[in-house]
Design a protein around this ligand. Structure first.
Ligand SMILES: [Zn+2]
Length: 271
């Protein structure tokens, strides 16, 4: 079973990849959001209506998870003049919380790495849901929470603000993986993919298709983000690794079966 790296040169689609609308203007679609320095774009690939939907859940999921990360690593922004010079640190003593602002170099930077159940489509275990999601943190830069807490002897707890919506996070992974599939194979073979209904919010069972990857490493821990597309029979799978260079975990998205005519054609890459 060969793995195909996802090419970085965007295809010009000329149609909304989520709803097939051909109504102009069609927007450029970043597989991984611009704000996370995602390198892959599809040209003329999203209608206004679908862009509103995807931008909302990307903002709700990634915006709440990685704000400090984006600031300290100086990831690209359309409003560089608004880049914060300090970050909020939450201090708790005797159950009362207060927030102080600290310079970026003094901020304990941790990468949140959600651990998801495996996709139900893979395990056949139908109990997976948002309650099975666990959050891990990887220390990336600055002091540790422990060393910061030693600076404030009266404080019982030091932490950072984080908002995490597991289903919206999984839906964002679904969207990224679907874009990777379209990059690699084009839209036509994936028009029947169930992921389109997940992205549009018509199907709420995101844990059926999206989860953590627990097999051998597919994407090496280098480069900012990495993803690969593979086939098992006619089923398309995407293994993706956000923040690969920090050793963050891999995720698995099942895109469903590719169109059978395409699978039987000479264009099918896994002959
Ligand atoms: Zn659309």
């Amino acid at each position: 079973m060969a793995f195909l790296p996802v090419p970085k040169n965007g295809r010009d689609i000329g149609q909304c990849i989520y709803c097939d609308s051909i109504e102009e203007p069609l927007a450029k679609e970043h597989a991984i959001p611009y704000g996370l320095n995602g390198p892959w774009t599809l040209l003329r690939a999203s209608c206004h209506r679908c862009a509103d939907i995807t931008h909302r859940f990307e903002r709700d999921s990634l915006g709440g998870l990685f704000p400090a990360f984006r600031t300290v690593l100086r990831m690209q922004t359309r409003r560089p003049e608004k880049r914060p010079k300090t970050l909020p640190l939450v201090l708790e003593s005797r159950g009362a919380q207060r927030t102080i602002q600290v310079p970026l170099a003094e901020f304990p930077l941790y990468l949140p790495t959600p651990r998801l159940p495996q996709p139900k489509a893979v395990t056949g275990d139908h109990t997976a849901n948002s309650a099975s999601v666990k959050m891990d943190f990887m220390h990336v830069a600055g002091p540790s929470f422990e060393s910061v807490s030693q600076k404030y002897p009266d404080v019982d707890f030091v932490g950072a603000r984080l908002s995490f919506a597991p289903e919206e996070f999984a839906r964002t992974l679904a969207k990224i993986a679907f874009c990777a599939g379209v990059y690699t194979l084009g839209l036509a073979p994936l028009r029947q993919s169930p992921i389109r209904q997940i992205v549009l919010g018509n199907d709420r069972d995101v844990w059926h298709w999206v989860g953590s990857w627990t097999g051998d490493q597919i994407n090496e821990p280098k480069g900012l983000h990495a993803m690969q597309v593979r086939a098992s029979g006619s089923d398309i799978h995407v293994i993706l690794r956000l923040f690969a260079q920090f050793g963050a975990p891999e995720y698995h998205v099942v895109l469903g079966a590719a169109d059978q005519n395409f699978v039987n054609s000479s264009a099918w890459p896994w002959k």
